[in-house]
Design a protein around this ligand. Structure first.
Ligand code: PAF
Length: 274
């Protein structure tokens, strides 16, 4: 596996590498969820590039940019074992030689859910992903269903700008208790709290089919009252994030959750179609 720590090294690697790159952007602190994105990528290409870059532009001032977990040695070992061809670890200057003055926005997808409490987030994500696509020129780019809103936003950015890359989605990886793997789980000394949240979310999905969405959401919000904040608990379309209305076909929808406890923000989403 080549470790490319500058744009120049990336460019010389790309000159000698074949076509059809499958690319997985990450912020490092890799876990089995990321490795599953690599397994998905392998279905599309033998030429796999991952990036590790903690993108300052997608964090707001009060968020965890400075303390975002960094595990570079372990990450490289995991990527090597997963059979990645190259890892791109750009410097801040490689990605942001100038402070971007552009604002990227897809209002119907970015002004709800995470976009409400994290107003910089999707502009920052789109900016960095667009820059990485322009630098790496992959044929495929892989995103997890775990960050479902991010996946839809990137798909729409690629479609709106006619970028020559295909966005591939990869299913959420959950532990034996159903908890979605996430770097932020590592902030907890035990998984008791995130797993409790997870159980309530799955119960909410089940209850929705029995009692209807409105009552199920009310009940779940009650059960989640140990959180410092429920950022959102909403049922929205898997296709365009429109809010569920009574009479809609629930299997086309997802339960979206974000909440904070002890300064840690957790998100998850569960499809009603499973
Ligand atoms: O999902 C993430 O880890 C980040 O938002 C991404 C896509 C790597 C952009 O920084």
């Amino acid at each position: 596996m080549k470790v490319l720590t500058s744009l120049q090294e990336l460019q010389s690697f790309l000159k000698n590498s074949g076509e059809s790159i499958a690319f997985i952007p990450t912020m490092g602190n890799l876990h089995s969820g990321h490795i599953s994105l690599i397994q998905t990528a392998k279905k599309f290409s033998k030429n796999i590039i991952c990036s590790i870059f903690v993108n300052p532009a997608q964090f707001s001032e009060n968020e965890d940019f400075a303390t975002y977990p960094k595990t570079p040695e372990q990450d490289l070992e995991k990527l090597e074992n997963a059979g990645v061809n190259a890892v791109y670890i750009p410097s801040l200057h490689n990605v942001y030689p100038v402070k971007p003055k552009i604002q990227l926005d897809i209002p119907h997808l970015t002004h709800c859910l995470c976009g409400v409490s994290r107003p910089n987030f999707f502009n920052g994500v789109m900016t960095v992903v667009l820059k990485l696509i322009l630098q790496i020129k992959p044929k495929f780019i892989i995103f997890g269903d775990k960050d479902y809103q991010q996946l839809l936003v990137i798909k729409e950015m690629v479609a709106s700008l006619s970028l020559p890359v295909k966005v591939i989605s990869s299913p959420i990886i959950r532990n034996e208790n159903g908890l979605a793997l996430s770097s932020r789980n590592g902030y907890f000394s035990s998984l008791e709290i995130p797993e409790k949240i997870n159980k309530i979310l799955f119960e909410c999905v089940e209850t929705s089919f029995r009692t209807g969405v409105e009552l199920a959401l009310l009940e779940a919000k009650n059960h989640l009252n140990f959180l410092d904040k429920i950022d959102y608990l909403e049922v929205r379309s898997s296709e365009n994030l429109l809010l569920y209305k009574v009479g809609d076909d629930l299997v086309q929808f997802r339960l979206f959750f974000a909440g904070n406890i002890n300064g840690i923000r957790l998100i998850d989403n569960i499809s009603f179609g499973l």
